[in-house]
Unconditional design. Sequence first.
Length: 132
Amino acid sequence: MKLKRVYIRYEKWEDYMAGQYDNKTKESELVLIEKCKELLSTPDRLAGYMRAAAIEWKNSAAVNLSNVNRNRQAWLGQAACCKYSGAPEFITKLAWRELTDEQQATANAVADKVIAEWELNQGIGYAQKTLE
């Protein structure tokens, strides 16, 4: 089965309603950057927040994870950080730049695993193997 791209109006996106695309923050940007760095560099916790975003934000996940031409790893990381700390995506991008190459590679590997799990749960044939 091929992945079918999903389209849903942004007003129904849970990440949008949570403030992921805001361009201002209520909290100090430096504090939020540190919170995002902490999450992005802690693989087990990151996986939990990524899974929560993929499961709880059904509309947002469908739109962003069904589009294989989008950077799905980035969306998952941004969604996880938004769920964790309320940080909008621009803060997550700032935090990402401060991670080491190894931390970034690990976070991307976590995202790849969560994407594969999401695809399996959607009945999509991209992820054929059983995940650990």
